[in-house]
Design a protein around this ligand. Structure first.
Ligand code: SAM
Length: 220
């Protein structure tokens, strides 16, 4: 069996036993997770761990999130082929690759330049050319592409940054880990008639969102 075949089998097992059996039923999300080669988004030397049920380090004290949490967040964005999506925290580019499989346009903001460069490389290796990676403070959103049908924040914030709520379209969904620095509540916001309704999706532990409308970078 070639290494590619072996990774394909591991990915199928990941989707079946870590994702589908835990309750993720959206066929488009499951298909995207079966398709995107997660091993191309982890640092050299960690490929053999790519399909394990846990986050992995990607350098700069940041992580590629656990596959199941990626699935929960992606499913709750309720993406359609024409959706315009904004991700805050490109990291490895893996989440952005999934978004690109499911939506019409994807912009991902990353504050650490070296990670943004690597995310672009990873996406290119995976053959995904449609994602726009922007370097900057994602707590301020990305006004040139607004409004967005879906926004995903993949780092933890003390509260949902107001600019992101402002940049969400009517009927739009925002998914984010909100709460203290160590562990948080994963929340889903839906915007209707200018107001947001919030539901909880459960407990998670994410690295901090650092920026004007997030945590300060001091003491990290
Ligand atoms: N979505 C990523 C993936 O698929 O690999 C994982 C993201 S990692 C858990 C969180 C990322 O958020 C880190 O890369 C970190 O540098 C980034 N980040 C933190 N604060 C940010 C901010 N204000 N704007 C943009 N990115 C930020």
């Amino acid at each position: 069996m070639t290494e590619t075949d072996r990774f394909t089998k591991e990915r199928e097992r990941m989707v079946e036993f870590q994702i589908r059996t835990r309750g993720i039923r959206g066929e488009r999300v499951l298909a995207a997770m079966r398709k995107v080669p997660r091993h191309l988004f982890v640092p050299e030397g960690l490929e053999q761990s790519s399909y394990e049920d846990r986050p992995l380090p990607i350098g700069e004290e940041q992580t590629i999130s656990q596959p199941y949490i990626v699935a929960v967040m992606t499913e709750n964005l309720e993406l359609r082929p024409e959706s315009r999506v904004l991700e805050i925290g490109a990291g490895s580019g893996y989440q952005a690759a999934l978004l690109a499989e499911l939506a019409g346009s994807v912009t991902s903001v990353e504050r650490i330049e070296s990670l943004a460069d690597r995310a672009r490389e990873n996406l290119a290796r995976a053959g995904i050319t449609s994602v726009r990676i922007v370097i900057g403070d994602g707590t301020e959103g990305y006004p040139p592409g607004a409004p967005y049908d879906a926004i995903i924040i993949t780092a933890a914030s003390p509260a949902v940054p107001q600019p992101l709520i402002d940049q969400l379209a009517e009927g739009g969904r925002l998914v984010a880990p909100i709460g203290p620095r160590d562990c948080q509540d994963l929340v889903k916001l839906v915007k209707r008639e200018g107001r947001v309704a919030t539901t909880s999706l459960g407990g998670v532990c994410f690295v901090p969102l650092i920026g004007v409308f997030g945590w300060s970078g001091e003491g990290l």
